[in-house]
Design a protein around this ligand. Structure first.
Ligand SMILES: [Zn+2]
Length: 119
């Protein structure tokens, strides 16, 4: 099944196990008991794991050539486990984009003074 959120994103969903056809998902079923107790928002999706990343060259010299402001493709895959047969599968896959930005400035932690250090 495929759905669209915003024009540049693409969402593909699989709502049943590709091995046995069951719609029972291990963590989702557990989350439902928490939702039923009012401890979690009903609309929240809960997944066993999420893999995410940016599609880019593995060589940092190549990546450095990409100008700031360039849109680059990103993805995330929501992984689940079938409660009936234990098959691990992708329940939701999202293609999206992000914009290459200047790195955020951070405080230099190596300049902090350690009060315990003898040096
Ligand atoms: Zn299954």
């Amino acid at each position: 099944m495929q759905e669209n959120n915003k024009p540049e994103s693409k969402i593909i969903r699989f709502d049943k196990c590709p091995n046995c056809g069951s719609k029972k998902r291990f963590a989702s079923d557990m989350a439902q008991t928490v939702k039923d107790r009012g401890l979690m928002r009903m609309e929240l999706e809960f997944w066993e794991n999420i893999w995410q990343g940016v599609v880019r060259d593995v060589d940092p010299r190549q990546e450095a050539k990409v100008p700031f402001g360039t849109k680059v493709p990103t993805f995330y895959v929501c992984v689940t486990v079938c409660s009936d047969c234990g098959t691990i599968y992708a329940g939701k896959m999202v293609e999206d984009t992000t914009t290459k930005q200047l790195p955020q400035a951070t405080a230099p932690t190596d300049k902090l003074i350690n009060p315990i250090s003898s040096s």
